[in-house]
Design a protein around this ligand. Sequence first.
Ligand SMILES: Cc1ncc(COP(=O)(O)O)c(C=O)c1O
Length: 363
Amino acid sequence: MKFADLGAQFQAYEEEIRLEMDKVLSSSLFINGPQVEELEDALSTYSGAKHSIACSSGTDALLLGLMAKDVQPGDEIIVPAFTFIATASMVAFYKAIPVFVDVDPVTFNINPLKIEQAITAKTKGIIAVSLYGQCPDMDRINAIASAHNLWVMEDAAQSFGAGYKGRMSCTLSEIATTSFFPAKPLGCYGDGGAVFTENDEIAAKLKVLRNHGQVKRYHHQVIGINGRMDTIQAAVLKVKLAHFNDEVSLRNQAAERYSSMLKDIAEMPVIAKENTSTWAQYTVRVSRRDEVRQKLADKGIPTAVHYPVPLCRQEAFAYLGDASEYPVSEALADSVLSLPMHAFITEEEQVRVVNSLKEALDE
Ligand SMILES: Cc1ncc(COP(=O)(O)O)c(C=O)c1O
């Protein structure tokens, strides 16, 4: 059994993918080939975002977003304490200060009630992560931000394709970023990402920043990065995007099956009523997590822990000297367990996962 079965997905679209990759190989347009812009148009059509700017990874998408907002050393940026490190490390990389906020115990997303307490005169923005595939309460976060004159960025690395109050993830704040890391719900065959915005000026800035700050060949207006997406990755994503709606439906069906089978067995994920999820992860909470995980591994069931250490406890952030408490993030880090989840998982496989989990918990 696979945790995320990329092989099954490749088999399903192999002919189309090889054809599109071949077109890139024959054209030799490996950088800035036409497929990149075609993908950007398709991403906008899918998500409803006015501007989609393809880039080299979800991490670079965050960095480009921070550069576009002209973040300065010493600026404070609010981030959830429980997420993948890139959300906060790009802030720190830019010599700004990540300020952690604890997460909601039900959705595991940044807790809007705690954001206001973290705002100081130095705060410039909030990065809200859509963890495991569901959005945080973005209307509430945007309202807090606008009351304090802050910008909001959605780190939608796990939620491209998710819904919030009938709108799509990646259109819910001034800037949004996503990742096309291979195991993401929409993944390429290497690294890839995108930045989304409704703002024409920011979109123009992002395109320049993504290509060394270049406005004309070898004329550099600002300091930028090489944040371009490879044409081959755009070609792969174009094919996968055409099948993405079906995959999101299949992931939702798989999640429903898990939830119906796991009642009374483990603490299941809760999707807020205003949300639809892409189920980037199907993550339960169990006690004695590491022991249970080992027992599942012994039975051939692959699982993952997203994430075993909250950001507030990461060695890399020790220099911040942050002595605050983040009880929800700490408790989640000790108890979350992600089960195999992908569009091609079968009911039989899910029954095996659930039975093995039940046995492991009962032992
Ligand atoms: C919440 C979050 N932010 C950022 C990233 C970084 O994306 P990438 O791996 O494409 O750089 C990830 C990827 O795992 C993520 O889950």
